[in-house]
Design a protein around this ligand. Structure first.
Ligand code: UD1
Length: 432
């Protein structure tokens, strides 16, 4: 079974190039099918989730041409189906973006219910409320499919009861091809919302206010082709920044937008790391003793829920008691049991984790419970002096391109192994 074998204990030092934002790419790839012209998307991260999105586009009749590892050309002129189905699609949450994209393009969409990381209930009621306001009828049909159909889409005033990234993007997509004006209030403000709006505008849409909590859209009749580069991944960057803190290393993340990383940089400074920002890079220099602090996850520009497990790993090595409060998803502490195996002292009470810092982790075999927690466990294993393994790395591969390779370039002793023999070879190589 594929797993990461890790011999930890060395500080991570060096530079790492950050790829395109996964969560922006997933929405943008779906939105690319909304025009009949050819669209070229650059800086697409080569991770499992984006591959599934591209396969889904092909499965409904779209043409996907890989120009290079991170550039795809999409021709959706021959899309002949409005049903996005299949086992792979079911496993990724972002498949729901085909609802908004196809509803906008064809006034009809049918998509298998979203999967993704099991970090809580993750309803889609706000997506459906938005579609309904635009004139669609939604139905949950057999085999976990959601269908949304409209005779005609008409702009509407939509208030989101909760701040949701997914629903804001999905409704934005449908609304750009609706007749008249749409206002989305209490919209999410994440960098990928702005990226999707910029992409849609590059295709001729009229979206204003993305990045604030009121988005105003004037519907257009059709969208045209475009060439667009996706923004750098805030969470991939944050993960490597946290790696410097956790291993007392010195890591420069390159090709980033430092403004998107402010909440992460601020917390790293608070726990004693030195953070040096330049135009498109951020350097994090660790410290031999991290300082305790508290964090609460919040919608952007607050501290991202997708950085919560990595931050908790850093706090587990701090000098006192820290409290991590998760306010976005209700089931995001599943990694705690694994961290306890590594000697962490964490007690979960409701949506808070009370962390008593320990001086070091001990190596252990652990299992990734989801994407970001999986990455956090890898960082913990890289800090633990000795041999650890991380299983269920398929979660991690959903969102991190070349994770072991990039960590190795920073001096991490990590390898992906696929058999007992490979595992032993790695162990032996380390010992010898
Ligand atoms: C996206 C990201 C995920 C990130 C999350 C929050 C993708 C593919 N995933 O997930 O990595 O952790 O944003 O930054 O981009 N909610 C409702 N009703 C809805 C939709 C959401 O109540 O219709 C709730 C959710 O249960 C959650 C909160 O709103 O409590 C935020 O969810 P949302 O922002 O929609 O997250 P996702 O889009 O699922």
């Amino acid at each position: 079974m594929e797993q990461y074998a890790i011999h930890g204990g060395q500080p991570l030092i060096g530079e790492v190039e950050i790829g395109g934002a996964k969560n922006a790419a997933l929405a943008i790839l779906a939105a690319a099918i909304m025009t009949d012209d050819v669209v070229t998307i650059e800086n697409v991260p080569d991770v499992r989730d984006t591959k599934v999105m591209l396969e889904a586009i092909e499965s409904i009749g779209g043409r996907v041409e890989h120009i290079d590892r991170h550039t795809v050309k999409i021709d959706a002129s021959k899309i002949n189906d409005f049903i996005v189905d299949g086992e792979a699609v079911k496993k990724i949450r972002a498949s729901y973006y085909f609802l908004g994209a196809l509803l906008g393009k064809k006034n009809k969409a049918c998509v298998v219910l979203p999967g993704g990381c099991n970090i809580g209930q993750r309803p889609i009621d706000m997506h459906l409320k938005g579609f309904r306001a635009l004139g669609a009828k939604n139905e949950i049909i057999g085999n976990g499919r959601v269908e949304t159909v409209a005779e005609k889409l008409t702009g509407a005033h939509i208030y989101m009861d909760v701040v949701t990234v997914g629903a804001t993007m999905n409704v934005m997509m449908a609304a750009v091809l609706a007749e008249g004006k749409t206002i989305i209030e209490n919209a999410a403000k994440e960098p990928h919302i702005v990226d999707l709006a910029n992409f849609l505008n590059s295709m001729g849409a009229k979206v204003k206010g993305a990045g604030t909590d009121v988005i105003r859209i004037t519907g257009v009749e059709s969208l045209h082709g475009s060439t667009y580069a996706i923004i750098p991944d805030q969470i991939e960057a944050g993960t490597y920044m946290m790696a410097a803190a956790i291993t007392n290393g010195n890591v420069t993340v390159k090709n980033v937008i430092p403004r998107h990383l402010e909440s992460i940089s601020a917390k790293l400074s608070e726990i004693g790391c030195k953070v040096i920002e330049s135009d498109d890079s951020v350097q994090v220099i660790g410290t031999s003793q991290l300082t305790r602090t508290h964090i609460k996850t919040l919608p952007y520009p607050g501290f991202p829920t997708d950085m919560q497990p990595q931050m908790a790993v850093a706090l587990a090595l701090s000098d006192g008691t820290s409290i991590v409060t998760e306010s976005i998803f209700e089931n995001r502490f599943k990694y705690v049991g694994e961290l306890l195996k590594m000697g962490a002292d964490i007690n979960v009470q409701g949506n808070s984790a009370i962390i008593e810092g320990v001086s070091c982790f001990k190596p252990a075999p652990v299992v990734a419970p989801d994407l970001r927690a999986g990455a956090a466990l890898v960082l913990a294993a890289l800090a633990a002096d000795g041999f650890s393994t991380v299983e269920d790395i398929r979660f991690i591969e959903r969102g991190y391109e070349d994770f072991p390779e990039k960590l190795r370039a920073l001096g991490g002793n990590i390898s992906k192994v696929d058999s007992e023999e490979e595992l032993n070879r790695f162990k032996f190589r380390v010992v010898s």
